[in-house]
Design a protein around this ligand. Structure first.
Ligand code: HDE
Length: 756
């Protein structure tokens, strides 16, 4: 008997059980791979490709020059029931090379073999030199019309809906690095407007490390792994990064943002986005204003704790992309409002004394309100990561009429860089014809030929003026919505390699950021600096960075110096008197809990009806319940998503205890380090660890019935944010209220006492 083939009886048993579990799982809990549960038997009856999953979207089926084709988006991918070559010839076999006899040599003639291997050999393209790790989603932007006075951009007219694709990213790590590292996040949005594509290529922090693009290779070389050993991956806790930022003090503002909780977001859905630079807007009358773009997340700005971020790097390195896809699949569509800060377009290009061309400065929202101008909803995940997220190409110069650039020297250099890198990354100059990059506006350029040309251009005269193609294409004017290059006056000045004097203030806004933080946020910043500098090898670098901290704030400097075991230096520049900006703090408000993940610990001998009820209520509240049980499969009629061995606190925003499960048979330290040493407790040690971690990370915890015993055994009963009530429903209500503040901040009060 062939031992690799289970007997029919075993196969049927597995089939029935897995069918039952699949049915129970698929409709509710996001994350199922594929659009239909797989059968145990290999399917052999030919049929068309399965449709994509309902939440998946794909680029519209436009021609390379932007015309609608009317074909369904599924036509972007594979067709028909049968396996074919790249040229459509149907194939009988893809498992055996063509050989001279079963034992014979392989024949060069085997086109299918060569095509299959050759294509595979070329599947990888160069990753982005920065922002290599990312995740994308499709969505819709709806304009409020509130920007009509200041810009003629058609997509900002009241009620106008525009399709978008957004790519979030980390900056430093490689494509395979973890999502939850401490880093800046990219927030790049492609608006497919009918006046040409608009790319808003921003970050989750409003300032940048440098003031001039010429230094971009320097800061990135310093942040990337050391060139000799290629370590560390995706992080700034190393000598070259701190060497650069301590020598190059204009980087100090961005650095404190990275060291703050903004550097470890809870989710892409809970990040702000910023265009960083100041842009120039122009309205129908030709009047201009200066403006900064802001994305405000509906769910508020929230972060992980440092320990959560560390654990997630191992437990779920895809945490952020999974969260994005799962939220969309669950119908908890991520939302942001786009807003603008508007400033008069004066010759000095300053506002309230702040140089608007300096990308290391913010304009506090208290001085210039962020005015909402539209709403972004992400409602479809990509169908294919490579085709969409990897091949999307953003460019700051993709601007519609009504939005123009300024002379910010960082912005000016970016205008050059993006196309340049995309030429190599995407293999030639025709990447705007890749489906995800195709404009939704009619394209009639005079660009021709090149690698991977998809358009079949007609005519003989791709030049202007011409008479042979009847003069086409013709220049457009205002009536035809032509792009407006604002005729800004360039002041007469010597040609120099120099910055304006206003760019020399490197500390006042860093101090403003520090003083705007709540006590717990300050504590996190101190710990981040102490950790990162503590990982540096050389004392000289630590001392140099401490000098910068002394110029920001004595308390910050002293606390970090204590952690490093070094003396705190005196400031070398006077500390500036600044007014804090409360808008910069993440603590102290309440937010919706859409798409949050609630772990429910189930005891198979406990209140399963209660669990079922609470599970449904969690779904009804727009959140995702994950049941955690001693074993996989089913507990009663309930599908299990995590076992005590596979689940970890960091996946959950809150945890509910529906029972006090006794140690499971696999609660053996030899098998699972989480089980710790043999514990005298009557509850499974992994459940206790779950509760302890949730408590330490200031997450809401709730228990009813026998679950209350667990709170006692974990030593957390009666502490802030720990709810014990008579029924699951009551517990859930209380826990959801606690989740509105993101964390039970009170639990940090012992840490924070010295700042309050
Ligand atoms: Fe980028 N940046 N950048 N950057 N950037 C790239 O373009 C560059 C800067 C940002 O999801 C690259 O196609 C220079 C600021 C995002 O595909 C590259 C300078 C901000 C993404 C490049 C900056 C950003 C990139 C690498 C200094 C926030 C990812 C791959 C002047 C406002 C886009 C690519 C995506 C990607 C150059 C500074 C945001 C090399 C020279 C400031 C979100 O062209």
């Amino acid at each position: 008997m062939d031992s690799s083939k289970p007997t029919e009886a075993v196969k049927n048993a597995v089939k029935t059980a897995s069918g039952k579990i699949a049915d129970a799982l698929t409709p509710d809990v996001p994350g199922a791979p594929g659009s239909a549960p797989p059968p145990v038997e290999e399917p052999t009856t030919p049929h068309d490709p399965l449709p994509p999953k309902p939440e998946q979207g794909a680029p519209q089926t436009r021609t390379p020059t932007g015309a609608e084709t009317g074909a369904p988006t599924i036509a972007n991918g594979q067709q028909g029931a049968y396996l074919t070559t790249a040229n459509g010839a149907r194939l009988r076999d893809t498992d055996h090379s063509l050989k001279a006899g079963p034992r014979g040599p392989v024949l060069l003639q085997d086109h299918h073999l060569r095509e299959k291997i050759t294509h595979f050999d070329h599947e990888r393209i160069p990753e982005r030199v920065v922002h290599a790790r990312g995740a994308g989603a499709h969505g819709v932007f709806t304009a409020y019309g509130t920007a009509e006075e200041v810009t003629r951009a058609g997509f900002l007219k009241k009620g106008r809906e525009t399709e978008v694709f957004v790519r979030f990213s980390t900056v430093l790590g490689s494509r395979g690095s973890a999502d939850t590292v401490r880093d800046t996040r990219g927030f790049a949005t492609k608006f497919y407007t009918d006046e040409g594509t608009f790319d808003l290529v921003g970050n989750n922090m409003p300032v940048f490390f440098i003031q001039d693009a010429i230094k971009f290779p320097d800061i990135i070389h310093a942040g990337k792994p050391h060139p000799d050993r290629e370590i560390p991956q995706a992080q700034s806790a190393h000598d070259t990064f701190w060497d650069f930022v301590s020598l190059h003090t204009e980087a100090q503002h961005h650095t404190i943002w990275n060291m703050s909780d903004r550097g470890i977001p809870r989710s892409y859905r809970t990040m702000e986005g910023f265009g960083v630079h100041t842009f120039r807007l122009v309205n129908e009358a030709g009047e201009t204003v200066l403006a900064k773009f802001h994305w405000k997340p509906k769910l508020g700005v929230h972060s992980l704790t440092w320990e959560e971020a560390q654990l997630l790097g191992g437990m779920d390195p895809d945490f952020h992309r999974r969260d994005l896809y799962d939220a969309i699949e669950a119908g908890a569509y991520p939302e942001w409002e786009l807003g603008i800060q508007v400033f008069p377009d004066t010759p000095e290009e300053t506002f309230a004394g702040i140089d608007l061309l300096d990308p290391t400065k913010i304009v506090p929202e208290e001085l210039a309100e962020v005015q909402p101008i539209g709403k972004l909803v992400l409602n479809r995940t990509p169908t294919n990561f490579f085709a969409e997220t990897e091949q999307v190409a953003f460019h700051l110069g993709h601007l519609p009429p009504g939005i123009d650039v300024t002379n910010d020297p960082l912005l000016q250099g970016r205008l050059f860089s993006y196309v340049d890198t995309q030429l190599t990354r995407l293999g030639g100059p025709n990447f705007t014809q890749i489906p995800i990059n195709r404009p939704h506006a009619a394209v009639n350029d005079m660009l021709r030929d090149g690698f991977h040309q998809h358009a079949v251009h007609a005519g003989v005269a791709p030049y202007r003026p011409n008479s042979l193609d009847g003069g086409n294409p013709f220049p457009a004017g205002d009536a035809e919505h032509a792009f407006v290059d604002v005729p800004v006056t360039v002041a007469q000045a010597p040609k120099v390699r120099a910055n304006p004097a206003s760019f020399d203030d490197h500390y006042s806004q860093v101090r403003l950021f520090w003083l705007s933080m709540s006590p717990v946020e300050k504590e996190h910043i101190i710990r981040a600096y102490a950790f990162e500098l503590g990982k540096c090898y050389h004392q000289a670098i630590k001392e140099r960075q401490l000098q910068s901290l002394a110029n920001i704030d004595p308390v910050l400097c002293e606390q970090v110096a204590t952690g490093l075991g070094l003396p705190a230096p005196q400031p070398t520049t006077p500390l500036v008197d600044v007014t804090p900006s409360p808008a910069l703090s993440q603590v102290g408000r309440e937010w919706p809990s859409d798409g949050r993940v609630v772990g429910i610990v189930v005891d198979p001998d406990g209140d399963l009806d209660g669990v079922d009820e609470v599970r449904r209520a969690v779904f009804d509240a727009g959140m995702v319940p994950l049941l955690i049980a001693p074993h996989g499969g089913m507990v009663g009629d309930l599908p299990v998503q995590r076992t005590f061995a596979t689940g970890r606190s960091v996946e959950f925003d809150a945890v509910l205890l529906a029972g006090a499960p006794a140690p499971a048979p696999d609660a053996l330290p030899a098998r699972d380090a989480k089980a710790g040493s043999p514990a005298p407790a009557t509850v499974d040690p992994r459940v206790l660890l779950l509760v302890e971690e949730c408590w330490r990370h200031a997450k809401a915890i709730g228990a009813w019935g026998a679950g209350v015993t667990v709170l006692e055994q974990a030593g957390v009963a009666g502490t802030p944010g720990v709810v014990a009530a008579g029924s699951g429903a009551e517990v859930l209500t209380a826990v959801q209220q606690l989740m509105a503040a993101h964390r039970v901040w009170e639990r940090f009060r012992y840490l924070s006492v010295r700042f309050s």
